[in-house]
Design a protein around this ligand. Structure first.
Ligand code: AMP
Length: 216
């Protein structure tokens, strides 16, 4: 059965890390709306021009734009065996639209990575991204290059402390209501995202097996 999964949680919870591991393990696409927007900014498209200021302020890009992007992406053939959504949905309107887009496909599985705010703040302001291979790493004393490929590390412009504070505020105001939206569904699970990445990855696998066993 297809795994149609939403990796849900606040910024810095590890959604990208876990989504990319899971997608590689299962051979299904990771669909990160943040990555799609950052690529559009890089290539200077109309979408990128419209999204950049919003992203740099830590606010959300409009539901219409985001739903359009995801509708198009989920319409492609490579999602037939499943997908991992990372960073979408972020509002109740997006979640409602997603239900409509997926009508008739395998029911969504939603995994929430829960991490306390204080830890998110620390993780996000220390987060660096490898300019070569895209690996996400925590900055440490004197660490300036990627351990995997040796390229330089960069900081996302929205990982500065003032923007991080706004992103967390926006999360609590507009995105966390989605927990109530999904919580009563049989294919929802909460995972302690404050554990080390390998432990979280094992919990993700276990949750998927448990949900599949209970609801298929
Ligand atoms: P992320 O990489 O998921 O943290 O996303 C980076 C930024 O892209 C967010 O702070 C938003 O400005 C924008 N963004 C990504 N996904 C969405 C979405 N589903 N709805 C609205 N804005 C989004």
């Amino acid at each position: 059965m297809a795994i149609n999964l939403v990796m849900f949680g606040p910024p810095g919870a590890g959604k990208g890390t876990q989504a990319s591991r899971l997608a590689a393990e299962r051979g299904i696409p990771q669909i990160s709306t943040g990555d799609i927007l950052r690529e559009a900014v890089q290539s200077g498209t109309e979408l990128g021009r419209r999204a950049q200021a919003v992203m740099d302020a830590g606010e959300l890009v409009s539901d219409d734009i985001m739903v359009g992007i995801v509708r198009e992406r989920l319409g492609r053939a490579d999602t037939a065996a499943g997908f991992v959504l990372d960073g979408f949905p972020r509002t109740v309107a997006q979640a409602t639209a997603l239900d409509g887009i997926l009508d008739g496909r395998t029911a969504l599985m939603v995994l929430e990575l829960a991490v306390p705010d204080q830890e998110l703040m620390e993780r996000l302001t220390r987060r660096r991204v490898c300019a070569g291979c895209g690996a996400i790493v925590a900055s440490g004393e004197g660490v300036e290059t990627c351990e995997r490929c040796g390229a330089g590390l960069t900081q996302r412009s929205d990982d500065r402390p003032d923007v991080v504070r706004e992103r967390l505020r926006v999360y609590h105001q507009q995105t966390s209501p989605l927990v109530a939206f999904y919580r009563t569904r049989p294919r929802f699970r909460e995972i302690d995202g404050s554990q080390p990445p390998d432990v979280v990855a094992a919990a993700v696998r276990q949750a998927i097996d448990a949900v599949d066993g209970a609801t298929s």
